[in-house]
Ligand binder design. Structure first.
Ligand SMILES: C[S@@+](CC[C@H](N)C(=O)[O-])C[C@H]1O[C@@H](n2cnc3c(N)ncnc32)[C@H](O)[C@@H]1O
Length: 250
């Protein structure tokens, strides 16, 4: 038998032996977005690798509740004109949820190639099932190198990286949206680096608080986290979230 290509081996944390348990989202939709990959295993050779937190798919209920909150804000532009961008898209769970909405387009940006491949496979499954409502693509890139499209943008972050990369990302956003106050909203789940937003002039916080998981998500995530071999990450029945709007440096 030919040796397996190293880069195509499952990432640590994604085998049953290592505690992998599927989330009901995957069972229901025939995709593979479950599992926990510790940040130290997300190596690509990029200088930003050491700042990656972990791979873990967002709880669908938290995603939906935060989107509902954003829709009530209300957004500065209609959903149909807005580009949704998941920065640190992983295997694409948030991206697949967003693709069911009538966004102008949905883009996932992910640094790790194995996760990009998984997200592309998942997207193909959902497309075949007729559940992708808008133009959707996944780009293998570092968050800070991505060139933002014209028009209103809704950025989604599920705690992808630490303060160093977050600061660089916000500086790049401030530059890209310098002449477009109001054209950028950010949904931030597990917002450990919210203080970096507070330091970056031009962002206004529209919401900050605990967004509860549904009971099914809480049970599923607890099961997954209880199974992690080294017990690095804790599970909670909610996520600390915030919602930010770029108002420009007035
Ligand atoms: C917690 S997961 C979130 C997955 C997905 N957004 C979701 O909600 O289901 C964070 C992801 O950010 C990615 N990531 C970390 N640093 C990155 C960087 N500098 N550029 C792009 N992606 C990055 C990780 O590889 C990981 O897949």
């Amino acid at each position: 038998m030919a040796p397996r290509n190293e880069s195509r081996r499952r990432l640590p944390g994604l085998t049953v032996k290592e505690g992998f348990t599927p989330h009901p989202f995957d069972i229901e939709h025939g995709v593979r977005t479950s599992g926990l990959v510790a940040g130290r295993h997300l190596t690509t050779g990029h200088a930003h690798d050491k700042h990656a937190t972990a791979y873990f798919g967002v709880a669908p209920s938290v995603f939906q509740r935060l989107i509902t909150r954003w829709l009530r804000t209300p957004p500065a532009a209609p959903v149909e004109q807005t580009t949704f961008i998941d920065v640190g898209a992983g295997m694409g769970r948030a991206l697949l949820l967003a693709a069911e909405m009538p966004f102008r387009q949905v883009i996932g940006v992910e640094l790790h190639s194995a996760l990009v491949r998984a997200a592309k496979r998942n997207l193909a499954v959902r497309r075949k099932a007729g559940r992708v409502r808008c133009a959707t693509r996944i780009i293998e890139a570092d968050a800070v190198d991505f060139a933002y499209p014209q028009g209103p943008v809704l950025l989604f972050l599920f705690n992808p990286f630490g303060a160093v990369v977050m600061r660089r990302l916000l500086k790049q956003l401030a530059k890209a949206f310098a002449d477009r106050p109001g054209a950028l909203d950010v949904l931030y789940v597990n917002d450990e680096q919210a203080w970096v937003f507070e330091q970056q002039k031009g962002f206004t916080r529209l919401f900050s608080g605990k967004v509860p998981r549904s009971r099914a998500d809480a049970e599923a995530d607890k099961r997954i986290l209880d199974n992690q071999p080294e017990g690095e990450y804790a599970s909670a029945p909610y996520e600390d979230c915030s919602l930010w709007r770029w108002m420009g440096k007035r």
